[in-house]
Design a protein around this ligand. Structure first.
Ligand SMILES: Nc1ncnc2c1ncn2[C@@H]1O[C@H](COP(=O)(O)OP(=O)(O)OP(=O)(O)O)[C@@H](O)[C@H]1O
Ligand SMILES: [Mg+2]
Length: 244
């Protein structure tokens, strides 16, 4: 995935000021930056939940956004982009299986048995196979978040966009959820972009670290450079403020 020159304003305030952003198969890109700097706005633009005002987005060489609108190609790739949010957004009145199979049955026309097979495989990937008939209210926060990831996997995404998915979790539980992402990138070659305030994870598991500042990607580098040899004063200030 390659985004070029993304711009977005809200109420006349420029939030994305011409952002270039790339994701590679099998990479975890961690996005860090101050609250309100535009991290969620970028992910939402990539996921098709909001349209940029300008710029270009391409998946596998297909232009999916250009000249201020989604192209027809977007329809052919939109199911390859999964997004997981901080709040689990599972339907409380449906069990895990129903939560996972609703969209694939509707959007991909999967038969119930096919959908169930796929749900079992997705739940196995996140270590939640035994909870297939549980209701979300019967699960812990970490378990719900793993189900939310499994639900994104149902559409067999090539890109997984994760917006603060561990912010509401205790550190050990967050670590389990993040391990799931690490496995997915290694075993499935999924490209992951992750907004997080967890600098320990960012420095351990990221392939790239992107620092958002004033609507721009101020730094795009390796974790070592971002955290050990950082020469960007804004990033240094940010990292010192949230030091683990
Ligand atoms: N739908 C919207 N309507 C109006 N303003 C918005 C909208 N979405 C985002 N904004 C504004 O754009 C700015 C960037 O928001 P965004 O959610 O992308 O920040 P963020 O970096 O994800 O912050 P946080 O770390 O707090 O989640 C904020 O000032 C926010 O108020
Ligand atoms: Mg946000």
């Amino acid at each position: 995935m390659a985004a070029r020159g993304l711009e977005k304003s809200f109420h006349g305030r420029l939030i994305l000021k011409g952002v270039d952003f790339d994701m590679q198969a099998g990479d975890i890109t961690v996005i860090i930056g101050k609250s309100g700097s535009g991290k969620s706005t970028l992910l939402r633009a990539l996921a098709g939940l909001t349209d940029p005002d300008d710029g270009q987005i391409a998946f596998d060489g297909k232009i999916v956004f250009a000249e201020k609108k989604r192209t027809r190609e977007w329809n052919t790739v939109r199911s390859e982009v999964g997004m997981v949010f901080q709040s689990y957004t599972l339907w409380p009145h449906m069990n895990v299986l129903e939560n996972l199979t609703l969209a694939p049955k509707k959007k991909l026309g999967l038969k119930p048995a096919e959908a169930r097979d796929r749900a079992e495989a997705a739940l196995a990937e996140v270590g939640m196979a035994q909870h297939i008939l549980s209701r979300p209210t019967q699960l812990s926060g970490g378990e719900r978040q793993r189900v939310a990831i499994a639900r994104a996997l149902m559409m067999k995404p090539k890109l997984l966009l994760c917006d603060e998915i561990t912010s509401a979790l205790d550190p050990p539980v967050a670590a389990e959820v993040l391990d799931v992402l690490r496995r997915l990138k290694e075993e499935e070659g999924i490209a992951v972009a992750l907004v997080t305030h967890d600098m320990a994870f960012a420095s351990k598991a990221a392939d790239r670290v992107v620092f958002f500042h004033n609507g721009e990607i101020a730094v795009n580098t390796t974790p070592e450079n971002a955290f050990e040899n950082c020469d960007n004063p804004d990033l240094k200030k940010f990292v010192d403020a949230v030091r683990f």
